[in-house]
Design a binder for this molecule. Structure first.
Ligand code: FAD
Length: 302
């Protein structure tokens, strides 16, 4: 029996993959979207900054998206993890964790990123409730509060300026790292920002709400919330295995419309847009990749 060939497989059902599915469904393309339901923002109760959806829970966002997509019968969604993808004779062969294989002419990867938090006792319980990584996402909610900035990263200098935009009561903790020279320390002091370079022992809070930072030397400071820089890593190595270069900053190399060096493979969402990781931007890149997929399909088929 001849195998059924899909127009496009989408891996990842965050805003990028879901918007790609919507555009492809409306273009009458036969699509399967696979998602294993581990979104990057799963820890938060509210997402912000998406016009018409400001304050929506990530769960509700996905639920509305799936209702929108359900109007288009050529799109099917499957909740299953994709284990690997191969390219054989111009087709992508997608293998699920359960061992099923699907063949597709085009592939949109929208698998996103994972955040790795610094190893600090108590941090996980606070992340997503009073401790966040993106001030554009959650700065408004923490405005004018007593904040801590925890960062072991070289990006700390710009990060502090950003956080200072939302609250000027900021304490900076480098958790044992020496990230500032004399002049930079003087600038912080002039701004009234205290710098703690000693190692953090633990973060203490109640029900997700930060109360105290306790250092290993016994010093304690009271704080109401804060921001932490995370290490960002690709959620999957599927693109790399297909031959897409991973750049030194951790992003996948893509061209306009999410095109890659692998013919027929597109990358959308955070995976290729690490430094503008926002729901609305992820959705827009998913939409753009879908436009390019349709353009290629109609060119091939006309
Ligand atoms: C704590 C936190 C709060 C945030 N708050 C906001 C906010 O308020 N506003 C905002 O605009 N942005 C916010 N963001 C950023 C936002 O979450 C991302 O920009 C957005 O989710 C990226 O969308 P995406 O579609 O690229 O990836 P994701 O939303 O991460 O979706 C990727 C999907 O791919 C799936 N997947 C991965 N690998 C596989 C596989 N092998 N097989 C099947 N499925 C797979 C995952 O399960 C996941 O569902 C926040 C991020 C964090 C960490």
């Amino acid at each position: 029996m001849e195998k059924a060939v899909l127009d496009c497989v989408i891996i990842g059902g965050g805003p990028a993959g879901l918007n790609a599915a919507l555009v492809l469904g409306r273009a009458r393309k036969k699509v399967l979207l696979f998602d294993d339901n581990q979104p990057r923002n799963a820890v938060v109760q509210e997402s912000h900054g998406f016009i018409t959806r400001d304050g929506i829970s990530p769960k509700e966002f996905r639920s509305i998206a799936k209702t929108d997509i359900s109007k288009y019968p050529s799109v099917q969604l499957r909740e299953v993890r994709i284990k690997k993808v191969m390219k054989e004779n111009h087709l992508f062969v997608v293998e699920t964790e359960e061992g099923q294989h699907y063949h597709s002419r085009k592939l949109i990867l929208a698998t996103g990123l994972k955040d790795r938090l610094p190893t600090i006792d108590g941090i996980q319980a606070l992340y997503g409730t009073s401790l966040f990584s993106c001030p554009f996402c959650d700065g408004w909610e923490l405005r004018d509060k007593k904040l801590v900035v925890i960062s072991e990263s070289d990006h700390i200098h710009h990060y502090i300026k950003l956080i200072y935009n939302w609250s000027q009561d900021v304490v900076v903790c480098t958790n044992g790292k020496q990230l500032f020279d004399k002049e930079e320390k003087e600038t912080l002091a002039k701004k009234g920002i205290q710098l703690y370079e000693q190692e953090i022992g633990k973060l203490v809070g109640d029900n997700g709400y930060l109360e105290k930072v306790i250092f290993k030397n016994g010093v304690e400071i009271n704080r109401e919330g804060g921001f932490v820089t995370t290490d960002l890593v690709q959620a999957t190595n599927i693109a790399e295995k297909l031959g897409v270069p991973l750049m030194s900053d951790g992003q996948l190399e893509v061209a306009d419309f999410g095109r890659t060096n692998v013919e027929g493979l597109f990358i959308a969402g955070d995976s290729a847009n690490m430094f503008s990781a926002q729901l609305i931007i992820a959705a827009s890149t998913g939409s753009k990749s879908a436009l390019a997929v349709v353009a290629e399909l109609v060119n091939e088929d006309f």
